[in-house]
Structures are given as C-alpha cells and as structure tokens.
Design a binder for this molecule. Structure first.
Ligand code: 9MR
Ligand code: ZN
Length: 548
C-alpha cells in the first residue's frame, strides 16, 4: 500500500471507530446513551481527580461544573473510584464530561426521549431473531439480512414418529445459535408480558417497523405473537398437553447463516418444566390478546388449560430425555415453573383450584423472592402476578409475606447499587448471562415500585440500564450497535457469517463470568453471546424510561 493511502486509511479508521471524536475506554465511565433530564446523572471516574465539567459537544462551553466525591475502593475490580454527580444539570442537549488532567468522556445526550431509539433497536432484535422467514433491517446505515430459514422444522423421531415431519416453523432463534427452547422462551415471554402489563401506555403506540403489522394490534404484541404462534406448535400433537422441551439439531452448527443450516432438526422429548412454562405463557397470552383478538386468546387459553390439566394429573418432575443432543440443555426442576403456571392460570381465569395450587407451592418455598432469577428460576414471575393481582380470594398472610419479601429485596438492590462503584444493583455476583440478570433486577425494582412507589426503586432500575450502556468496568456499551464502543464480535452466527463488518444491532451480550473477564471475542460464548432471555430483561428495563 502506498504511504499516503495508508495514512488516509488510518485517519479514516480512527475517525470512524470513534476514537478521535469519542475517546477510547477512558477512565470516565458513564451511560453513553445518555440521561433523562429529571433523573439522577452520575459518572464513575477511575483515576484520581477533583473537579469535573459538563461541556456542550457543539461549542465546548462549560455548562455545569462540580467536585467529584471519593475515592471508594472496590476489591473485586481492584479500583479506586470517584463519582461525578451532575443530576442538577437538566438542560436537553449533547454533552461530554471533562475531567482536568484525565480528558473527556464520549458524547452523551440529555433528553426526555433519550432511550427511545435504543428501545426500538433492542425490541427489533426480537424481530431480527425470527426463524422461518426472511428478515432485514438497517441500523446506522448498515443493512443486515437473512433469507427464510429452517423451513423444514421439524422431525418427530423423538416423540414417537420416526422420520415424520410436522410444522414447527417460526418463533425466534434462542441466541447466537439457531435452536428454539421452550424453557428459555418461558422467562423471556414472562418478562416481555410483564413489560406490556406495566408499561402498556408507553408501548401501545410504539412502531417497530415490522413487515407484517396487523391493523389494531400493537407492534409490541405482534412481535410477541410470532413466538407464541410457534410455541403453540410445541405441544404434542396427541392432545395430551405435554410440551416438547426444545426444537434443535442434535449438535450446534458452525458459524453459518441460518438459511444454509439444512441439517435435520427435531422436536425433542417433553419435560414438565417446559409444559409448565408453556402453560404460564399461554395463560398470559390469553389475557393480553383478549382485547385485540378474542379468537386467538381462546386458542391460547385452551392450550394453557390442556397443559395445566396434564400437569395436575402428572405431578412428578419429568426431565426430558435429551441424550442424543448436545445443544442447549436448559435442564431445570419444575416446582417454580408449576408455581408460575398456577399463578397465571388463576389470574386469567379466576379458578380457585389454581389459586390454591399457587399458594401451596408458594408456602413450600425457602425464599419467596429470588435475587438471581432466570430461565431456571421463574417463581418470581408467579409471585409478582399474585402480589399485584386485584382478584379476590388471596391468603392475606401470604400476600403480606410476599409483599414484604419483594420490598426487602428491592431495598437490598438499592443498597447494592449504592455500594458498587458502577452502581451495579446485583452485588458482586458474576456468572454466565449475568448482564441479563442485571437488567432483570429492574423487574423486581419496578414491581416493588408499583406496590410502594419510592424514587430509589426507579433510580436503581435506571442504574441497571446505565451500567449496561457504559457505566461499567470496561467503560463500554454491552449492546451491539448502541452507545460507546459496543461489542463488535458477539457470539452470534449471523453476525459472524454474513460477511459484514458490523454485528447485528441491538443485542445485549451476556457479560463477564468474573468481575473483569468479559472479552469482545466471538469464540467467547460464555461472556459474549446474545440471548432472548437477557434481551427481554433489557426491553423491560428500558420500558419505564420511554417517552411517549
Ligand atoms: O443462558 C444459559 C446459561 O444460564 C447456562 O449456564 C448455559 C450453559 O448451560 O447455557 C446458557 O444458554 C445457552 C443455551 O444453552 C443455548 N443457546 C445459547 C444460550 C446462551 O448462551
Ligand atoms: Zn431459523
């Protein structure tokens, strides 16, 4: 390469990578999407400092200045940290933080609609995950697309019909792999329906630019329907009400595009956790689709009640037989799933037997509210439905105990965020997919907020959002295509195989399994994959902060 061309390319790549304009991962860690005018605003600085200034991005004028507080030492990160609080500054605009001696942060916005675009991209992530159809989208001028995939889903060899196909087309791919798993669909749909339940006023008019909008059906529900339509196909065709644990190949594919993945995929053996999660989702779907499409709601309700009847007649925990499969396991015991199913069936129908089932399960639990909850632990969803219900007949003592446990847990999260230099509300726990749990803390906080409004609950939910968009150890956004220095190499087959430099946009990566080991490397599926259950939690966490 000639020298002048080489220099030009270096300068161009510096400019386009944002290094020149935005700074690399500087010691100033903040929510790189930005802040709401009337909410708290803070950044974490990890080098010694005294003062800071907020400056206008356009003309570099100082619009606010202050003194940092600190330092505070955090052991697991081995860092000293200072906090720059600029909550008092509320004027909309585009700014950066300047810390004398250290430099400047990336640009960020203050605006009442500051999270609207991010929400749109994150929710569109579900659309882009659609299986059984062609999808496409353009983000920041870059187009991502794939042709219709997995149209042969799926074979019934493992449910007693060797070499016989039945329609299992549709749904969302689970993650960076192309499998479809009932149990993980459970917590995902549960959290998405909770977002709808609590933030419907904001979500109702939201446009997702879907190719298949239906008049009168909000886009948000339309996208959820894509998954429900598929889930309905996961019930056994024999009418028994059992539900297949998953629909996948026997082994993960290489990094190929989904439309070139032609290996056989199978409906697998049923499991009682999958059957219970299916029941809960269908009962919720019946409730939330009723105002828009009562025929569809009835289909969902019938499916829920059929599976619920089966669960009642078959009380044992049944793990699926998956010995021929090495795709995702999602192995989990079922008491929490049965509890959740009972709560949703009761909430939808008012059936007192289901209420009694829920209360019996709830009284059996060691802890009423779990801090670390995810696909393997969905009891919280049932507890939230029960404790916020306006239906008559609940046991007042149990209501009180759950309410207390929920408020205590929310208070714990507030305290943990305050004790963390990056305001991470879940304490010092790190594991596979914990970024999803960070976002999912918002469900605890905002359900507590519904029972007993407290600004700290809302603020801490926003802390979770800020953490994921850059106020973290890495000073980077954890969401592809959004914010400062986002992941470029997620463990996502589409992103790895489509030949385009940018990853598919709007996806939250799992995050470090220790305090400091996240790497933006495609092979690192433990820390850098994307997944529907984490994504749904981010949708929920952003929803209360939308401007409508
Ligand atoms: O999110 C799952 C995580 O909690 C488990 O520890 C891990 C290992 O079983 O599996 C994760 O789920 C993966 C699933 O098995 C297959 N699709 C991708 C999921 C995210 O990595
Ligand atoms: Zn597919």
């Amino acid at each position: 390469m000639r020298m002048d061309r080489c220099c030009f390319l270096i300068i161009l790549s510096i400019l386009t990578s944002g290094v020149f304009a935005q700074g690399t991962a500087l010691p100033i860690h903040l929510n790189s999407i930005g802040y709401l005018p009337d909410m708290p605003k803070a950044a974490t600085v990890t080098s010694a400092c005294a003062d800071f200034a907020v400056r206008s991005a356009a003309d570099h004028k100082t619009v606010f200045s202050g003194k940092v507080t600190g330092p505070v030492h955090q052991d697991d990160l081995n860092l000293d940290a200072w906090t720059a609080d600029f909550s008092a500054f509320t004027s909309p605009g585009t700014y950066y933080l300047e810390v004398p001696g250290l430099g400047r942060s990336c640009n960020f916005k203050i605006d009442k609609a500051v999270y609207n675009d991010a929400f749109h991209a994150v929710m569109r992530g579900f659309y882009l995950w659609r299986c059984g159809t062609a999808v496409e989208g353009t983000h920041n001028g870059i187009r991502c697309a794939h042709a219709a995939c997995h149209l042969d889903d799926a074979y019934q060899d493992y449910i007693g019909q060797p070499n016989v196909q039945r329609d299992g087309v549709g749904g969302w791919h689970d993650a960076g792999d192309f499998g479809k798993y009932t149990v993980n669909a459970g917590v995902t749909m549960g959290v998405l329906f909770m977002a709808w339940d609590q933030y419907q006023a904001k979500l109702k008019t939201l446009k997702l630019d879907l190719p298949d909008t239906e008049p009168g059906l909000p886009d948000f529900l339309n996208e959820l329907k894509w998954e429900i339509d598929w889930l309905l196909k996961m019930q056994y065709p024999d009418g028994s009400g059992r539900v297949c644990h998953k629909l996948t190949r026997q082994h993960f594919s290489a990094f190929i595009m989904p439309e070139t993945d032609h290996e056989k995929r199978f409906f697998t053996d049923w499991g009682s956790a999958a059957t219970a999660d299916f029941t809960a989702i269908m009962a919720m779907a019946a409730r939330y689709f009723e105002p828009y499409d009562s025929t569809y709601a009835k289909t969902c309700l019938d499916a829920a009640l059929n599976s619920y009847k089966f669960l009642k007649e078959n009380p044992d925990n049944k793990r699926p037989d998956l010995k021929d499969f090495t795709t995702g396991g999602y192995g989990t015991s079922d008491p929490d799933d049965r509890l959740w199913a009972a709560a949703e069936v009761w909430q939808t129908t008012g059936d007192l037997n289901a209420l009694n089932d829920f209360e019996t399960h709830a009284r059996d639990r060691r802890r009423l509210i779990e801090a670390d909850w995810d696909w393997g632990s969905v009891a919280n969803l049932g507890m939230f439905t029960y404790v916020t219900s306006t239906r008559p007949g609940r046991d007042p003592n149990l209501v009180n105990d759950i309410r207390r446990a929920l408020l205590d847990m929310a208070d714990t999260l507030v305290a943990q965020a305050r004790a963390d230099i990056f305001a991470r509300p879940m304490g010092r726990r790190y594991y596979w997919g914990c970024n999803g749990t960070v976002a999912r803390q918002a469900v605890i906080l905002l359900t507590a907020h519904k029972l007993q409004p407290k600004p700290e609950y809302l603020n801490t939910a926003l802390d979770a959002v800020s953490h994921l968009f850059g106020r973290n150890y890495y000073g980077r956004s954890f969401v592809t295509g959004l914010g400062h220095l986002p992941p470029m190499h997620p463990h996502d087959r589409r992103s790895g195989a489509d030949g385009i430099d940018a990853p598919w946009p709007g996806y939250l990566v799992g995050g470090g399994t220790t305090a400091t080991n996240w790497q933006d490397i495609q092979d690192d599926y433990r820390t850098n994959e994307i997944c529907i259950n984490w994504q749904s939690a981010l949708v929920y966490a952003l929803a209360p902060f939308l401007s409508r």
